[in-house]
Design a protein around this ligand. Structure first.
Ligand code: ATP
Length: 220
């Protein structure tokens, strides 16, 4: 059984890495694939280009850190990165091996806005990560998504290994209130984001001059 952890990783930080590792260990996955998107469908284009985001992610996990692996298929595919296309490719490659797509609770609540979202649970399980004590209010979900949640939800991770796809599991992860947006804002203000992300990633940000506010030439 493998995990899939998609994101913009602009830049990768300890919130991503810790959640990915906890799911990898908790569900005894064979590996956890970190898949950086090329062009996210739901938001502004990333600030750092694809190559820089991939380099930072590779620096963060090395060749194979505790089962976390970087999979650059969305970058190779280019264009808008639809998760349904990525999952269809993986399903083709992996046969019947179970796949677990890891999603933050906030991302799960927007699943009904994803491209061909109703095909996703046919390709993968969903592992919805959340902070301790959080419970999902099904009443606040889109009605079709709430129905999917009620029908597909399982209480224990064992159910995931028994089928290639189709279940939804809630999974509690250590709450780390870190976001890439806040890190980019800190760097732009000239503050240090150290200890929110791996040292190697911070070194690359400095080396490549990423996330600094670009000033007009007139200002100098
Ligand atoms: P941004 O601030 O630019 O929106 P982000 O930090 O939220 O970025 P993304 O790359 O957009 O990171 O998120 C990828 C995945 O990581 C999503 O499923 C999101 O829910 C999850 N995630 C982001 N931050 C954390 C965190 N601090 N703890 C656990 N999961 C996180």
């Amino acid at each position: 059984m493998i995990g899939v952890y998609g994101g913009t990783f602009d830049p990768v930080h300890f919130g991503h890495l810790r959640a990915a590792l906890e799911v990898y260990q908790g569900l005894r996955l064979r590996e956890m694939r970190l898949i950086p998107c090329y062009q996210p469908p739901h938001r502004e284009p990333p600030v750092a280009d694809a190559r820089a985001r991939l380099t930072m992610l590779r620096a963060a996990v090395g060749d194979d850190t505790e089962g976390l692996k970087v999979d650059n298929r969305e970058m190779r595919r280019e264009g808008v990165s639809y998760m349904v296309d990525t999952l269809a490719e993986l399903r083709e490659e992996l046969g019947d091996e179970p796949i677990c797509l890891v999603l933050g609770a906030d991302a799960f609540c927007q699943l009904h806005t994803w491209h061909r979202w109703q095909e996703i649970l046919g390709l993968t399980h969903l592992v919805v990560t959340h902070r301790p004590g959080w419970t999902l209010d099904a009443g606040s979900l889109d009605p079709a998504l709430a129905q999917l949640w009620r029908e597909a939800r399982v209480e224990a991770g064992d159910a995931l290994a028994a089928a290639p796809a189709g279940h939804i599991l809630q999974f509690t992860v250590t709450a780390l209130d870190i976001s890439a947006t806040r890190i980019r804002a800190m760097v732009a203000r000239g503050e240090s984001p150290r200890f929110l992300l791996p040292e190697k990633v911070w070194n690359l940000i400095r080396l490549q001059g990423l996330y600094h506010i670009k000033r007009d030439v007139d200002e100098y």
